[in-house]
Design a protein around this ligand. Structure first.
Ligand SMILES: NC(=O)C1=CN([C@@H]2O[C@H](COP(=O)(O)OP(=O)(O)OC[C@H]3O[C@@H](n4cnc5c(N)ncnc54)[C@H](OP(=O)(O)O)[C@@H]3O)[C@@H](O)[C@H]2O)C=CC1
Ligand SMILES: CC(C)(CO)C(=O)C(=O)O
Length: 329
């Protein structure tokens, strides 16, 4: 049996796709999600036109829902990982395989520290999941699932393939995680813009903010000897120059980036909207930490951390020009 621990956007979508193709899945999450799913079942759609339903969903609201699971997909937000790990430690059987399908760099380590009798594998979800409400979840952008190569995953490879979400196994997942983090540097910009991703990325001023955050991070990664993996058609080190292009050229050369669901936003926008703490410390905060470890500074990413911290208590929306000015100060 597979358990999803933290059944929200990513968990309901990935677990739902597995369940829709006949894999037994138990979802563990909050009561509000449980009642939505009890009322409507799960509906999983994607940008390619897939439209799947799961009517009979096993949804539990206590950690014991994961007891007996052979594979556990952890999909809580980063700040909730330590608590989830402690809860899992009290119910999981020895030898169970736990995959972190979370953003950031350190969630799998947090799980590993606490789940000493289980096998913890680092994973990464490259695509966007939109929670449409009423048990409906939509994959808005392309991408498969990335994981650290591990023999313990062998029994589950077929199920993911059948679900249309094959696992790409990597010898070293760290450069993949850093590349995803470079993309996630947009999360605070998107959240501060208060716009859907497509509208935000259509505007050069916001893209210049992202280019500044990425260029800063890329310089630090270079100094640290870390080479981010290539996730999309363009190598990561060329992203800032593509982002800085005028709108008409950007549309022509990187139009695919804008072919995202018109309603899709980042998970950080969802957190601000719901009044929850964000993952800013685990995303742009990692760039600030990397700078500190090198005896350097990361003023653009530090400013984005500060702006999101402020927005967590007192929210306002920023135009692209305003945000760019603030980051250049
Ligand atoms: N959304 C997206 O498009 C993408 C997100 N990601 C990453 O995936 C991870 C998950 O994100 P996302 O799915 O958006 O997050 P969500 O907030 O939608 O889902 C997480 C769910 O887990 C619940 N939860 C937290 N702690 C526990 C617990 N101890 N037991 C049971 N349930 C718990 C949360 O409830 P509560 O809110 O009450 O804490 C929430 O309902 C993050 O790291 C995110 O950055 C990666 C790619 C895309
Ligand atoms: C896929 C992406 C980059 C944007 O939705 C994301 O990871 C997030 O929202 O956290």
């Amino acid at each position: 049996m597979i358990a999803v621990y933290g059944a929200g956007g990513v968990g309901c979508y990935v677990g739902g796709r597995l369940a829709a193709t006949g894999t037994p899945v138990t979802f563990v999450g909050r009561a509000r999600t449980a009642s939505e799913v009890a009322a409507h079942g799960l509906r999983l759609t994607d940008y390619l036109g897939a439209d799947l339903r799961v009517d009979d969903v096993r949804f539990e609201t206590t950690p014991t829902g994961a007891a007996g699971a052979d594979l556990i997909l952890v999909t809580v937000k980063s700040a909730a990982t330590a608590v989830a790990a402690d809860e899992l430690a009290s119910v999981l059987k020895p030898g169970a395989v736990v995959v972190s399908f979370q953003n950031g760099l350190r969630n799998a380590d947090v799980l590993r520290e606490r789940l000493t009798e289980q096998v913890v594998v680092t994973g990464m979800v490259p695509f966007n999941v939109l929670n449409r409400g009423g048990g409906a979840f939509h994959q808005g952008t392309a991408g498969k699932l990335d994981v650290q190569q591990d023999a313990a995953l062998a029994p589950y490879v077929g199920a993911f393939e059948q679900a249309g979400l094959p696992l790409t196994q990597h010898d070293d997942i760290v450069p993949v995680q850093w590349s995803k983090l470079l993309l996630n540097l947009n999360n605070p910009i998107n959240a501060l813009s208060d716009l859907p991703l497509r509208d935000e990325l259509s505007q050069r001023a916001y893209r210049r903010c992202l280019a500044a955050a990425q260029a800063e991070a890329l310089g630090l990664l270079d100094a640290a000897g870390i080479r981010p993996a290539q996730l999309l058609a363009v190598p990561m080190h060329r992203f800032p120059s593509v982002l800085r292009l005028p709108d008409f050229l950007f549309r022509r050369l990187a139009g695919k980036v804008l072919a995202v669901d018109p309603h899709a936003r980042t998970s950080m926008w969802e957190d601000l909207e719901a009044g929850r703490p964000t993952e800013i410390d685990y995303l742009n905060g990692e760039v600030v930490r990397l700078a500190e470890s090198l005896g350097r500074d990361a003023p653009v990413n530090r400013k984005l951390v500060d702006l999101i911290r402020a927005a967590e208590t007192d929210r306002r929306s920023w135009s692209g020009a305003e945000l760019l000015r603030e980051l250049q100060r």
